[in-house]
Write a protein that binds this ligand. Structure first.
Ligand code: 4AD
Ligand code: MG
Length: 443
């Protein structure tokens, strides 16, 4: 019987087969300790000279790191046994070598990040990278599951688009026959068409931003899940967001406890992540930052915290704000001038818009951008002009406001930023299996 190592606990006392690769090996003469990984976990397989044929023992001795092998043996529980999840051992009775691997470039010694990124196609096999992708996969599944269960329908939006949606500074141009096209920065505008057909929808896919700065939270290609809901105002939207994010975090805690433990994540910080989340106005956030700036003693930190009303937040501002809360915090009502053209102005206060960002705690910062959308066609045309955007490519988008327009809202959650926070990582690049950064397109 072929089993998966993630289920090893269910097979204590049974003889089973594992198809995998050699992660590491310790040679103790008559005993060969093989760390075998099968893509779902790692377990120690013990080859004892007197329990196997001379050929099998000889093969075990010849195994190199990452050799592919099929191991058969009986599972026993042993608290001290290393592995993921650990605590179980395989007493090998048979072993078949599929391929002896060539000398593997990634050894247990420390390597630099750039070297490892050049070896990304191999690095993904390392336990830490493996654990991060397992959490990512579960987070993405939890996102889909929550939305599907709450009446939102998945609709795919195009990647090749004719115009900007999130500013013209970060567009990736693509030659499209005789025309100029761009890679999608968001699926939102198309989602806004879809809600009039399906009421509540989401898209889930890769999005692209030609981010010219190197930071620990920017990729040029990232995945975004974007719900959009008709007959929904900003307050209702925030309730959706906090339920959604709580579900994703709690699902990862429950289903990926082994991986989070391997990553050394302090899960007590994640256990707090339950709706409702605090809400503060942008105005109040700026006051808090002024306070922090006044209290700061280090001149460099003071300068980083400096802000005047109307500025967008930078990473240091978000970091400082989120350190004041033990769960994600909504910052509501940003200045209109720093946000996209489609956001509904605040009633009686047009310099502010009905937008909200969700900032993750522990300094992680923005994981969601969302807003109520302008539902009046004339107002929208005015805003396009303010942003120096031509009307013609957006005619279809303006049309939506002419045929049964309703208040509507939506948000976009960045998958990599969210998983980076859940896993407690230093840099977003590890969350993408094959990250695209300003200086990285290989492999
Ligand atoms: O705040 P943003 O730009 O919002 C939108 O694109 C809206 N159209 C979404 C919507 O309302 N449907 O981006 C949303 C989220 C950010 O909060 C962040 O998590 C992520 O997308 N994001 C990035 N993640 C990694 N690298 C980048 N360069 C990112 N830019 C945005
Ligand atoms: Mg944003």
């Amino acid at each position: 019987m072929i089993i998966r190592l993630e289920n090893i606990a269910q097979y204590v006392g049974q003889t089973v087969t594992i198809q995998g690769w050699l992660y590491d090996k310790t040679d103790k003469g008559k005993l060969q300790f093989l760390q075998v990984r099968d893509g779902t976990g790692i377990a120690q397989a013990v080859v004892f000279k007197k329990d196997v044929s001379p050929e099998v023992f000889d093969q075990a001795k010849r195994l190199t790191q990452e050799s592919s092998l099929i191991v058969t043996g009986s599972i026993r529980a042993d608290e001290r046994a290393p592995g993921i999840p650990g605590g179980f051992e395989i007493g090998v009775s048979d072993l078949q070598v599929v391929q002896i691997a060539a000398e593997y470039p990634i050894t247990p010694k420390e390597h630099g990040v750039e070297f490892l990124m050049d070896q990304r196609h191999l690095w993904l096999r390392s336990s830490r990278q493996w654990a991060i992708q397992r959490v990512r996969s579960t987070a993405m599944r939890a996102m889909r599951a929550w939305l599907d269960d709450h009446g939102l329908m998945e609709v795919s939006t195009p990647v090749l688009t004719p115009s900007a949606a999130e500013g013209t500074q970060t567009l990736f141009p693509v030659e499209y026959f005789e025309q100029q096209a761009y890679l999608a920065q968001t699926g939102q505008l198309y989602n806004e068409a879809n809600i009039f057909a399906f009421k509540s929808v989401y898209c889930f896919g890769p999005t692209f931003r030609a981010e010219k700065s190197k930071t620990r939270r920017h990729l040029t290609e990232f995945w975004m899940v974007e719900p959009e809901i008709a007959y929904c105002d900003l307050d209702q939207l925030l309730e959706v967001e906090e339920q959604f994010v709580s579900h994703v975090v709690q699902t990862c805690l429950k289903e990926r406890a082994v991986e989070l433990k391997y990553l050394g994540r302090d899960v007590s910080k994640l256990e707090n992540i339950l709706a409702p989340f605090p809400r503060i106005r942008y105005d109040e956030a700026v006051e808090r930052l002024h306070q922090l700036e006044a209290e700061a003693t280090d001149p460099e930190q003071k300068a980083l915290l400096h802000i005047v009303w109307g500025d967008d937040f930078g990473a240091p501002h978000e970091t400082a704000l989120t350190q004041q809360f033990d769960r994600p915090v909504f910052v509501v009502g940003y200045p209109t001038q720093v946000k996209a053209f489609y956001m509904e102005p605040w009633p009686d206060r047009p310099e502010v818009c009905k937008s909200a960002d969700l900032l993750a705690p522990e300094g992680y910062g923005e994981i969601i951008g969302g807003s109520e959308r302008i539902s009046n066609p004339d107002k929208l045309i005015e805003r396009l002009k303010d942003h120096n955007l031509p009307q013609e490519p957006y005619q279809w988008y303006i049309d939506l406001r002419k045929y049964g327009s309703v208040p509507h809202s939506g948000f976009g959650l960045g998958v990599e930023r969210t998983v980076s926070w859940i896993c407690g990582l230093e840099h977003i690049r590890e969350v993408s299996p094959f990250p695209r950064l300003i200086n990285r397109l290989y492999p």
